[in-house]
Design a protein around this ligand. Sequence first.
Ligand code: ADP
Ligand code: ADP
Length: 226
Amino acid sequence: MAEVQLEDVRKVYDNGHVAVHGATFDIADGELLVLVGPSGCGKSTLLRMIAGLEEISAGTLRIGGRVVNDVAPRDRDIAMVFQSYALYPHMTVAENLAFGLKLRGHPRAEIERRVREAAAMLGLESMLDKRPRELSGGQRQRVALGRALVREPAVFLLDEPLSNLDAKLRHSTRTEIARLHQRLGATMVYVTHDQVEAMTLGQRIVVLDGGRIQQIDTPMALYQRP
Ligand code: ADP
Ligand code: ADP
């Protein structure tokens, strides 16, 4: 069964602008699906609807088989990584990693285990007591990834996670994300405006333009008939 299913999902903003016209597609369990297209094509809106950060105007969204149209973000089995990292500046790396789990009332021992595992997976062990301002951009983005990892969600949503990094860090962080996807077997929805990023990361790619789906295919198929 598909992990995420969109059935004629639409977004009409309050000002009447149709940002997404009836999107229908599935994201398979364990798949890394990329949403790609130029600025303003509706990819963030689509991702934010899956996250529950933006209301769905019409259509049906399912996560793990359950209709989640009216389910609050924290009650969906998802975690989101933002391009801006969105770390808490006054908290240490460990506290940043632990925060979402504390909020959800996980037991302390469980939180410590998950924080340790995520830190090990991302090479952040030696940074747990540092604050975000003491970290490089790449390290901050790894903490942002870690904050999603500790939640152990069914679905990871990544919104242009590389766009604030320089070219070298973009490459290594992209490799890191591909590695995490393989290792966790996680379902990931990844938004980017960068076609190279889409083609190198995506197992399947959804090409958007003007709020409409232009193509859905594997990188190989898209490459052969662009
Ligand atoms: P992308 O992520 O592909 O750059 P967005 O999903 O952010 O595109 O935006 C899609 C379209 O919806 C754009 O034309 C944008 O201007 C418009 N839009 C985004 N947010 C709002 C909003 N809150 N109200 C009205 N229009 C919006
Ligand atoms: P507090 O005093 O609010 O508990 P801490 O500095 O003890 O703040 O850390 C907050 C949370 O981060 C802890 O509950 C713990 O789960 C996690 N944590 C802190 N340091 C580590 C560490 N070295 N390894 C794993 N988890 C840690």
